[in-house]
Design a protein around this ligand. Structure first.
Ligand SMILES: Cc1cc2nc3c(=O)[nH]c(=O)nc-3n(C[C@H](O)[C@H](O)[C@H](O)COP(=O)(O)OP(=O)(O)OC[C@H]3O[C@@H](n4cnc5c(N)ncnc54)[C@H](O)[C@@H]3O)c2cc1C
Length: 410
């Protein structure tokens, strides 16, 4: 019997333990353990909904404890903090801060990434981030009073990638809908981007359509604007312009946690992503794999797998299959990412999608349904279609009975 330890229960790690648990642990062939500090899983591409008060925890958050029980893997509520490759042991810290070790035969690291402040002065002190459910909740705790305040309140968001765009549009929509009930509720939102266009990593035609939709929602878009410094209530740009705001959020770039660079000699790149071969094995250790945003994984064309939810899901599915081969003594196959396109939600009933290698750019309500389907596909892996159907129906019913935002806006 082998023990597979997966560290991090996000888009990649949770799908992997679900598949491995169902395949191996149910028949007690191999042991599968998830190490994750949080008690609940939130799908990261929806964190902006927590920040905007529109996320439904009751329906869409997943309890690791219950999920582990139903899918036959073990869940340890702890964080990885170190590694001893010779002893095949990882160091973990539990929620009380106690440190212990955990043996493994195979280790999979899937701890994701966080936003990158590019060492911009004052950002960590004066901007909020959306890298975890806790941070998104903290953002909501500060946005909620702004929605209750008299007169116009201003929020600046730095970074017009998927996170920044979706957050700006969601907040604009919440403000617009709330304005129907209370005419004094109004958010002014400025989205700031250093590149020439929003969604700089996406195709140009998509950027245009997304920008048009943002403008329609009343979001002020500032491209070619690089923030040089953040201070209390203001951002100072390269040209010396001061952009004042009641709240500042930073949603630009990605980097991985510094402790990944200190894992017993495992190789990292300048973003602290662990370097792996296309088999997802680390370059220095055959027993250690990395998937998701924390991996720098090469592709046949010389590029690297992008840090996206879709890539994390595909890598999890691939590695689950490869473990079946590996544990039977067979060789494992390389992971090749297949880009199924990009869909960006702009508010509650509109999305822009780029499909077929960017040859087709679609927009509208149907595309927004496609965006929701991507989340439902993630849930399908975790629960199966039966429960997902029940969740969709419940959400519809709740949506028709309750206000769209959290009840604590008064
Ligand atoms: C607000 C937002 C919107 C986004 N929108 C999109 C989008 O529209 N489309 C898209 O493709 N991508 C989007 N992304 C990116 C996408 O969410 C990530 O690419 C994806 O979640 C990466 O999956 P992952 O499993 O590598 O990491 P994550 O999903 O981040 O999971 C990492 C897990 O590791 C855990 N962890 C962290 N440190 C430790 C530790 N020391 N020990 C144990 N566990 C640890 C964390 O608690 C977390 O559960 C968005 C991201 C954000 C933040």
């Amino acid at each position: 019997m082998s023990r597979i330890v997966v560290v991090g229960g996000g888009a990649a790690g949770l799908e992997l333990v679900t598949r491995l648990g169902r395949s191996f642990a149910r028949r007690r062939e191999h042991e599968v353990i998830l190490v994750e500090p949080a008690s609940h899983h939130y799908w990261k591409p929806r964190l902006h909904e927590i920040a905007a008060g529109t996320f439904d925890d009751e329906l869409d958050a997943v309890s690791y404890l219950q999920h582990a029980y139903c899918n036959q893997y073990q869940y340890l509520q702890a964080s990885m903090s170190g590694l001893n490759r010779n002893k095949k042991q990882l160091e973990i810290r539990n929620v009380d801060g106690d440190i212990s070790t955990l043996d493994y035969d195979y280790l999979v690291i899937a701890v994701g990434a966080v936003s990158n402040d590019f060492k911009t002065e004052g950002v960590s002190e004066h901007c909020l981030f959306l890298d975890s459910a806790e941070q998104a909740q903290q953002a909501w705790d500060q946005i909620n009073p702004l929605l209750r305040a008299q007169g116009e309140q201003h929020i600046s968001i730095v970074g017009a990638g998927a996170t920044g765009v979706e957050l700006a549009a969601e907040l604009a929509k919440v403000s617009e809908k709330l304005g129907r009930y209370r005419h004094d509720a109004k958010l002014r939102i400025t989205l700031i981007e250093a590149s020439q266009r929003v969604l700089p990593a996406g195709p140009e035609c998509m950027s245009e359509k997304v920008q048009q939709a943002l403008l329609k929602h009343g979001v002020e878009v500032r491209t070619n604007t690089r923030v040089k410094r953040a201070e209390q209530g203001k951002l100072i740009t390269d040209s010396g312009e001061v952009i004042s705001a009641d709240l500042q959020l930073w949603a630009a770039g990605i980097k991985c946690a510094p402790w990944l660079a200190e894992l017993d000699g495992l190789e990292v790149n300048r973003l602290n992503q662990l370097k792996v071969y296309s088999t997802l094995r680390t370059t220095r250790d055959n027993a250690v794999f990395v998937i998701g945003d924390s991996a720098e994984c090469p592709q046949p064309d010389g590029s690297f797998v992008p840090p996206r939810a879709q890539a994390a899901n595909q890598a999890a599915m691939h590695l689950a299959r490869q473990f079946k081969r590996l544990l039977k003594g067979k060789s494992i196959k390389p992971f090749v990412f297949h880009d199924g396109g990009m869909v960006i939600a702009v508010g509650h009933d509109y999305a822009v999608g780029s499909l077929m290698n960017n040859k087709l750019v679609l927009r509208g309500r149907l595309v927004r349904n496609l965006y929701d389907t991507i989340f439902r596909l993630h849930q399908r892996i975790l629960f199966g279609w039966g429960r997902v159907t029940a969740l969709v129906v419940l959400k519809r019913v709740k949506g028709s009975l309750n206000p769209f935002y959290k009840n604590n806006i008064s």
